[in-house]
Design a protein around this ligand. Sequence first.
Ligand SMILES: Cc1ncc(COP(=O)(O)O)c(C=O)c1O
Length: 352
Amino acid sequence: MEYKYPVSKPSLKGKELEYVTKAINDGWISSQGPYVQEFEKAFAEFNGVKHGVACSSGTAALTIALRALNIGPGDEVIVPEFTMIASAWAVTYTGAKPVFVDCKDDLTIDADLIEEKITSRTRAIMPVHIYGRQCDMEKIMDIAYNYNLKVIEDSAEAHGVKPTGDMACFSLFANKIISAGEGGVCVTNDDHLAKQMVHLRAMAFTPEHNFIHKKIAYNFRMTNLQAGVALAQLERIEEMLAKRKKIEDIYDEKLKNIKQIKVMPKRNVLWMYDLLAENKHALQKHLEGCGIETRQFFKPMSQQPMYYDPNWKTLNAAKFGHSGIYLPTYADLTEEDQEYIVSKIKEFYDKI
Ligand SMILES: Cc1ncc(COP(=O)(O)O)c(C=O)c1O
């Protein structure tokens, strides 16, 4: 169904077309073209780190980050219960086991519950800055230091949150703060890890290119076409973040007096505007009828068939199932659009 107000929509008003056209005119359509490295360099600079490694998706970025750390069978990685499933899958793809930790009321991982899940097999912690809300990195970095663990931030939803861990992985899917259509990028200050990721994303070719591959690797390359789009988006990231901040403030202000809505704590950067709503399903249906798309929150990992734990209902992450939704959130959403969306929410609660 086509919504007048989808939950997300890319803002392609910069040099995207110019760069893609140039890539085509120059014949650089594969991963070998110049935009890939240009984007990597610019994205690393934006994040204040040395290296950026672009790849085909956020999931791919997480996977090569874990593999670069030699994480695999027999290892465990701490992952939040409340996340998009790709965080956990990246761990599973390596052969390691994701060990789940519940979330706080702001949906980020509860750092106070991490230590009890650490075993002799734990190698890394993967905090996820959910919906743009930064995890308690100070506490997480302390725990990682004390137990000699690596920290891979899943920053898929948090462009603009500056990395503090060993590596941070971003998604560039079309609904993200900046996008390449599909794509991902991992940033790190570590020369060795960056080199490993470059090796792993492109089939582990040896420098001699002799077709002896010493590791099982991937084709997770980003094309020059995608990188052209990503670069054009990155040129506008401050503008996008500012627009999103304004959207957050406007929603907060307009929604705060609706008693059936619980406004969530502020985000560090706004990816999706999340809230808790009474009568969630009926509200979603009403909004759908008005051309407004909404989405439910992620489900806890322990509720997923491949990670099923019958105790999932006792998790804090499970309690949002009844009421958690997010509203249309994209840079080009206007104040009038938000006015309309909120008026339809009010209309729903006035009727019942
Ligand atoms: C928290 C989180 N991690 C990982 C991913 C995976 O990113 P991608 O879809 O680019 O593979 C996503 C988004 O889809 C996400 O929201």
